[in-house]
Design a protein around this ligand. Structure first.
Ligand code: ATP
Ligand code: MG
Length: 220
């Protein structure tokens, strides 16, 4: 059963499309990768799926009782974000924000969930450290733990291995693969075609103007 269906979608800003004619279907348990050139609209597409940006036109449908707030998100990192002055624990716990409802404070259940995800990502000994003092690979694991606080169903990852060395990249792919094996649906943007082909069961190529790159979905 499709967990997410995208039909004839156009995404962009101020009603101007940066990417059009997007069609794909994602099923529960898929490892779905989005590839394409810099500036082709991949992040814009991901933000539209999350509801952070309205579609210019077309349709996004959630299936299998999936709600938007059940989607975990690891955003593409900018240098400014890497400098964020908060502890590992605080950042991971902020992933529980969707579940706060009308309350101002995190519940003990949410705090326990944050600690569980910190442990799962092998970060327990770093939990009180300041995020900006961590290595790039450790920071990405913190953001993965944060995204996991929001979901046990669908994870959206925007270039999770960007800037990591080969060993850290491999570790990150192993963690994501393990989560997919546990049943999480993975939707990932990556420029790393070798690993995309190794792990993904569906690949969506974003079409880009001015190059020969054709868009569309490929089932591996
Ligand atoms: N907030 C914004 N307002 C207007 N235009 C934007 C905004 N953010 C991005 N764009 C433009 O939309 C286009 C697509 O950007 P997007 O960030 O989605 O590309 P991308 O495929 O994720 O690129 P990269 O591989 O470099 O991350 C670019 O031309 C960009 O300049
Ligand atoms: Mg991007």
């Amino acid at each position: 059963m499709a967990i997410l269906t995208v039909r004839n979608l156009a995404v962009g800003y101020d009603r101007r499309s940066v990417l059009e004619n997007i069609d794909f279907e994602i099923s529960a348990g898929d490892y779905f990768c989005i590839v394409g050139e810099n500036g082709s609209g991949k992040t814009t597409l991901m933000k539209t799926i999350l509801g952070l940006i309205s579609p210019v036109s077309g349709m996004i449908e959630y299936g299998d009782n999936l709600e938007r707030k059940q989607i975990g998100y690891l955003p593409q990192q900018t240098d400014a974000q890497r400098d964020f002055p908060a502890s590992v624990y605080e950042i991971v716990l902020s992933g529980c924000q969707n579940g706060l409802g009308n309350r101002f404070f995190y519940s003990s259940k949410q705090k326990a969930l944050a600690l569980k995800q910190i442990d799962k990502m092998g970060l327990t000994n770093l939990k009180n450290r300041c995020y900006r003092e961590l290595s790039g690979g450790q920071q990405q694991r913190v953001l993965l733990a944060r995204a996991l606080c929001a979901t046990s169903r669908v994870l959206l990852l925007d270039e999770p291995v960007s800037g990591l060395d080969p060993q850290m990249t491999e570790e990150m792919y192993q963690l994501i693969h393990g989560l997919n094996e546990e049943g999480l649906t993975i939707i990932m943007i990556s420029h790393d075609l070798d690993n995309v082909k190794k792990y993904a069961n569906k690949i969506y190529g974003v079409p880009s103007e001015g190059s020969n790159q054709e868009g569309g979905m490929q089932v591996c």
